[in-house]
Design a binder for this molecule. Structure first.
Ligand code: AMP
Ligand code: ZN
Length: 111
């Protein structure tokens, strides 16, 4: 059994609210939403973050285009796409994920 939270969610060892799934990607609702739409889009294969996945540009492209499609399907075509990398980058779960945030006015800087 993996000790990675998102690997366990992908494996259905931990419950989640599924938004989308295909062979390479799983998307689910964030448990602590920061906006009316807050979906996490993750590769099924474990990568720590975008650095770790940098040799799989195809997968990174799929994650971005799928994130945009999910935003549209959720009724939030104006949205923010975030991936935190490393402790200083605000990463808490060390399995690559994109946050799809929308449904309210997003501000910059996020703080
Ligand atoms: P990050 O800080 O970028 O690593 O984001 C981790 C995200 O995972 C946070 O937005 C958390 O709310 C979310 N999260 C943590 N545990 C769960 C869970 N069991 N199900 C869904 N989302 C989770
Ligand atoms: Zn993992």
């Amino acid at each position: 059994m993996s000790d990675c939270l998102f690997c366990r969610i992908v494996a259905r060892e931990i419950p989640s609210t599924k938004v989308f799934e295909d062979e390479r990607i799983y998307a689910f609702e964030d448990i602590l939403p920061q906006a009316p739409t807050h979906v996490l889009v993750v590769p099924k294969k474990h990568y720590v973050n975008v650095h770790d996945a940098s040799e799989d540009a195809g997968l990174l492209g799929e994650l971005v285009t799928r994130s945009a499609a999910i935003a549209r399907e959720k009724g939030a075509p104006d949205f923010r796409l975030v991936t935190n990398s490393g402790v200083l980058g605000g990463q808490a779960v060390f399995h690559l994920h994109f946050h799809v945030l929308g449904g309210r006015q997003m501000r910059w800087p996020p703080g």
